[in-house]
Design a protein around this ligand. Structure first.
Ligand code: ADP
Ligand code: MG
Length: 136
């Protein structure tokens, strides 16, 4: 059953709830259109994992690592055309066994991501969003 969000705070809260079920090594793929709230969701998750300071989408690099209670990686693959031509080590720095990783625009990577959780956000009119979390 998808959750409903009526504003950014509710989307952050959904991210915060998800992390209660996560462990180091988990890779959370966060899909949805531009403005659907992917970064907002990841911000709530990262906060709940103890990350302080601003959490914004990586722009000039494909990812960032934050120091929370566990390492937190945040990737945004929007500008990747597909990883075939890229150095695999590009992701290896972020998807480490000690970290919990969140990946925006995972479809850009093709099928190479070792996902353990899928989150999908969809516009539902105005400030409303539908949030679907799929976990094994
Ligand atoms: P994405 O990373 O998917 O492109 P962002 O999280 O960066 O999206 O931006 C979402 C934008 O939509 C923000 O400006 C946020 O304030 C706004 N917004 C409005 N309602 C919501 C909601 N329910 N959940 C998340 N963001 C919302
Ligand atoms: Mg984003």
């Amino acid at each position: 059953m998808p959750e409903r969000s009526d504003g950014p705070a509710a989307t952050e809260a959904a991210g915060a709830r998800l992390v209660q079920t996560l462990r180091p090594g988990d890779v959370v793929l966060v899909s949805g259109e531009l403005g659907a709230g992917k970064t907002t969701f990841v911000r709530g998750a990262a906060r709940a994992l103890g990350v302080e300071g601003p959490i914004t989408s990586p722009t000039f690099t494909i990812g960032r690592r934050y120091a929370g209670r566990v390492p937190v990686s945040h990737l945004d693959l929007y500008r990747l055309e597909g990883l075939e031509d890229e150095d695999p080590a590009l992701l290896a720095d972020y998807l480490t066994p000690d970290a919990i990783a969140f990946v925006e625009w995972p479809e850009r990577a093709g099928t190479q991501l070792p996902a353990t959780v899928h989150v999908r956000l969809e516009h539902a009119g105005g400030d409303r969003r539908r949030i679907e979390v799929r976990q094994p």
